[in-house]
Write a protein that binds this ligand. Structure first.
Ligand code: IMP
Length: 425
């Protein structure tokens, strides 16, 4: 069984916990897009643990993990994670492979990301990125001036190409950002320090995955970010620079769609968003603080507070369609306990017109006023509940309504961060 797990909102849906549950039933876990902008929180020996780049399946002994060609690799972040894992007694040796065609992220990518955000910030239009260099690295990939993991095999070529790219970058840094530029010898020294070590992880991962699938081994594709942050299908330009929706799993791993059996979407029982960009169902300030605190809604990569709001069925429907979701997991239902009433945005009003579908143009989306349906809440603490029937009637009604609005079956409901705090339907 080959499954793709996708975030169906703006990321941070709680995918880490579901990946952890599904990784047990899988042989191979694949990260296929994004880089260390992601943060998948998992529990290890009852300790919370965030992985940014290495698939969280690595915490399961014996599982093979793959970072696909669609991901971007910051070697510093990669080796830092390998070290943290080793300190926890988790060995990656022989269990972790990195695609030889995955692009490498360099210090100039991070610097450009930071400087552009600061400069846009002053003139408005900043995206609120994680400043990890993700956008500039993908831009180089598309502009065909990137360097890939496999290029490390050929240091002479690597050196020439790096020098060319850095010379151009330094011109931009000096002329546009009044920055002195970066030293080639320093970046080259860094490359030399990780070159051989990183090559030990490098593999022809599309062939490996194809052959593994042929042998009946089961693969879990672990999506990062969420559909509304997808560069094509999300709230562009307030998105990340990769395909966080289902297509990214295909192009980002080199695995054919004919080998995929199942696509699972993950949503939170409410909505959150980090960074800039329109968010029609955002809570008023007071409720935002309550849910932020109760739901521990602070970014696992940047620590920024996440904006919180009511469940937005319009964007979730968009995600169901784009990803062809077979089923859904609803996370953090317990956080909504104690609210007198719970709203769901079922449509928008844009310039007085009713709009039931997500409008692609950001100017339209930024004018969207949510049309709410109001449901009665519940007071019961859900964290100890393990069965559907034990859920308060109003919580069941709320979930049933989500199923109807999204025309998708909910198969998992999460009521806490621990593995056991899960209801399977
Ligand atoms: P970037 O991916 O760092 O370029 O950031 C672009 C946008 O995606 C910003 O709004 C970030 O806050 C958001 N973003 C990137 N990664 C994540 C994530 O893992 N969870 C939630 N938002 C993210």
């Amino acid at each position: 069984m080959n499954r793709i797990l996708i975030g169906a909102q703006w990321g941070d849906e709680g995918k880490g916990k579901i990946i952890d549950l599904l990784a047990r039933k899988s042989d191979i876990i694949v990260r296929y897009q994004g880089g260390n902008n992601a943060g998948h929180t998992v529990k290890f020996d009852d300790e919370k643990f965030v992985l940014h780049l290495i698939p969280s399946g690595i915490l399961h002994p014996g599982k093979i993990c793959v970072i696909g060609n669609g991901a971007v690799i910051d070697p510093q972040a990669f080796f830092e994670e390998v070290r943290v894992l080793a300190a926890k007694g988790v060995s990656v040796k022989g269990r972790l492979f990195v695609s030889e065609t995955a692009h490498l992220l360099f210090p100039y990518h991070k610097l450009m990301d930071q400087l552009r955000e600061e400069s846009f910030g002053r003139r408005s239009g900043m995206i609120g990125t994680t400043k990890k260099g993700i956008g500039p690295c993908y831009a180089d990939k598309m502009a065909r001036v990137g360097l890939r993991v496999g290029d490390l095999k050929n240091p002479a070529f690597f050196k020439v190409r790096l020098a060319q790219v850095l010379a151009e970058r330094n011109e931009i840094l000096k002329k546009i950002y009044r920055h002195p530029g970066l030293s080639f010898s320093e970046i080259w020294r860094q490359v030399e320090s990780y070159r051989r070590e990183l090559l030990k992880f490098s593999a022809d991962t599309p062939r490996y995955l194809f052959e593994a699938s042929r042998k009946g081994r089961s693969i879990l594709f672990e999506g990062a970010q969420g559909t509304m942050l997808d560069v094509d299908h999300g709230t562009y330009p307030y998105v990340t620079s990769s395909n966080a929706s289902v297509g990214g799993a295909i192009t980002g791993s080199g695995v054919s769609p004919t080998l995929i059996d199942h696509v699972i979407g993950v949503v939170k029982a409410y909505t959150t968003r980090v960074g800039e960009g329109p968010f029609p169902s955002q809570f008023p300030e007071r409720l935002m603080k309550v849910i932020q605190t109760k739901g521990e809604e602070f970014g696992s990569t940047t620590g920024r507070p996440r904006r919180c709001g009511w469940f937005d069925a319009v964007i979730a429907r968009h995600a169901v369609r784009i990803n062809g979701l077979d089923e859904m997991a609803v996370m953090k239902l317990d956080v909504l306990s104690g609210l007198k009433e719970i709203k769901i945005a079922t449509a928008y009003k844009i310039g007085g017109k009713l709009c039931e579908n997500y409008p692609a143009a950001i100017e339209e989306f930024s004018k969207a006023k949510p049309v709410y349906e109001t449901h009665p809440g519940w007071d019961e603490d859900l964290s100890g509940i393990r069965r559907w029937k034990q859920l308060p009637a109003n919580a069941r009604r709320y979930l049933k309504r989500l199923e109807t609005l999204l025309a998708t079956r909910i198969k998992i409901v999460s009521v806490g961060s621990k593995r056991a705090q899960t209801i399977f339907l």
